[in-house]
Design a protein around this ligand. Sequence first.
Ligand code: UT7
Length: 331
Amino acid sequence: MSKITAAITGVGAYLPEYKLTNQILETMVDTNDEWITSRTGIKERRILKEEGKGTSFLAIKAAQDLIDKKGIDPKDIELVIVATATPDMKAASTAAFTATKIGAVNAFSFDLEAACSSFLFGMSVASSYIESGKYKNVLLIGADKNSSFINYKDRATCIIFGDGAGAVLFEPNHEGLGLQDELLKSNGEGREFLQATYGGSSYPITADTFQEGKQYIFQEGKTVFKNAVFNMADVTKRILERNNLTHNDISWLAAHQANKRIIEATANRVAVDPEKVMMNIHKYGNTTSATLPLLLHDYESQLKKGDKIIFAAFGGGFTWGSIYFKWAYNS
Ligand code: UT7
């Protein structure tokens, strides 16, 4: 019997309608379109405005898009993973709520949190369940409502992040397509450079701490930038080397969309041609766990069976990694 590999067999997405453009940000903080465009490549991001709607709202919509597109019965889904850094609530699983709402009543479900690497690490987890033969239908959703922890008076962060969700279905493949290799890393020394300090178990929010505003995301941009480029390039190079691949063999680089300059610098270090670099940061900003599935969604019509894709991500923690993947279908 041929070895089981874990392939992606469908993609769905959801983006809130409201567009927070650079021009609107100019009226909110001391910034301008030229600075944001030249430093980040971002032109606009989507924001979920409706009160009381959290990350599960985005996740449910993306999953429904996938279910409708593929015409699958949600009762056949065995596992739902929601990769997210912004769960709906503490204590209650966002994935459990999402699974029930989409009708995946036979699935078990859990959230997976690894900051901007959540979806990448989720690909590893989903694939392992498929490769082991334990499950045949695993739904992986990357969803984040970043606007829930952004201070819209802080120009260093509010220009970067957006809300959105993407979903993929993992199924067994017998042609050797899907996940080929992975190199995933973390280093807790990095957490001081990118975090939302208050609101977790170390520093619960009180009336006093709330005034300090440390419940919002903070980052030391330059340090994060340098670490992102160095580490994404490093793991990507190592993945290429150990799979005997050169940049010419690669069809696509799908890198976490945090900053256009980070993506270009990473691509440059591994010598991937610019036309092979997936890019949609100008439309959505940094959607944390949703960037990789949103890339797959936007590029799906251009992907061909057998295409060799290198995924790479870097995020808070620090967490990072690279995955070598073979695409399994033509659209
Ligand atoms: O996905 C998770 C990981 N996150 C990332 O990967 C983000 C990594 N970091 C970055 O993308 C970049 O560091 C930023 C986009 C956050 C900042 O870009 P930068 O080129 O590193 O700028 P900087 O922070 O060094 O700031 C340069 C100048 C400063 O002014 P002075 O001190 O030189 O007078 C800032 O105050 O730009 C100023 N500045 C702004 N000016 C206009 C900072 N933010 C803004 C702004 N508009 N929005």
